[in-house]
Design a binder for this molecule. Structure first.
Ligand SMILES: Nc1ncnc2c1ncn2[C@@H]1O[C@H](COP(=O)(O)OP(=O)(O)OP(=O)(O)O)[C@@H](O)[C@H]1O
Ligand SMILES: [Mg+2]
Length: 219
């Protein structure tokens, strides 16, 4: 199992109201599995992904990533940088950096040597080999999202967490991202956890879940 989640609960206080966003959520993810999660707006999908990505804490419950109980990890930044790649609805690229520099951020944080040939191969795989020195603002939305996916996978993460990765794309680019995720899943055995409102991307899940009223239910 690459990820194991047990009895996760999360509440938020909104003024005097208590929001039970996640109630006793448990599930497992195998290596090479694509997990897709849908649910109404405000049902807690982003909250769940943030907690799985160690960007937020749960109130209770256990998360094991790659045999490591993350509740006990002191340096979560390192664990996150090495194990988890993130793709968000808005690409979150840094506009002052070139595409190449954006993609290399996780490697720089990790103070790793850069293999230029590998980087070129990666850009070729994503059909952006001529744009390595371009800046994010010179790209289309779909191209930017492909760069965001490159940045997410540059450190060979165990898991890619994608929160509405196609939320901001047109139909054609949605299909491209779906094809790309499938290709990365098959070629690299990459594991995906994807929250989405899009039926087409939801359908690529090997395991599909619905999050509603705090409960994560397998479909
Ligand atoms: N920091 C916070 N403080 C208080 N309430 C919060 C906080 N973050 C999220 N919430 C609330 O928790 C609930 C779940 O939010 P979340 O963003 O996880 O939903 P979501 O399923 O991702 O929705 P969407 O589909 O619109 O992206 C919402 O009611 C939201 O208002
Ligand atoms: Mg959300």
């Amino acid at each position: 199992m690459i990820l194991s989640v047990k009895n996760l609960s999360k509440n938020f206080r909104d003024g005097k109201k208590n929001l039970n966003v996640l109630q006793d959520v448990s599930f497992d993810v195998k290596k090479g599995e694509i997990v897709t999660i849908k649910g109404p707006s405000g049902s807690g999908k982003s909250t769940l992904l943030s907690i799985l990505g160690t960007l937020d804490d749960a109130d209770s419950g256990k998360i094991v990533i790659n045999s490591t109980l993350i509740n006990e990890v002191k340096d979560l930044n390192k664990l996150r940088n090495l194990n988890i790649g993130f793709v968000f609805q808005f690409h979150n690229l840094i506009s002052e950096l070139t595409l190449e520099e954006n993609v290399l951020i996780p490697k720089m944080i990790n103070k790793e040597e850069i293999d230029n040939q590998k980087i070129e191969e990666l850009f070729t795989f994503f059909d952006l080999q001529d744009r390595m020195k371009s800046f994010p603002n010179d790209l289309s939305g779909g191209e930017k999202q492909r760069v965001a996916v490159m940045r997410a996978i540059i450190n060979n993460p165990s898991i890619v967490i994608a929160d509405e990765p196609t939320g901001n794309l047109d139909k054609e680019n949605v299909l491209k991202i779906i094809a790309l995720f499938k290709k990365l899943n098959i070629n690299n055995k990459l594991t995906f956890i994807i929250a989405t409102h899009d039926d087409q991307i939801f359908e690529i899940g090997h395991s599909k879940y619905n999050l509603e009223s705090g409960k994560l239910i397998k479909i």
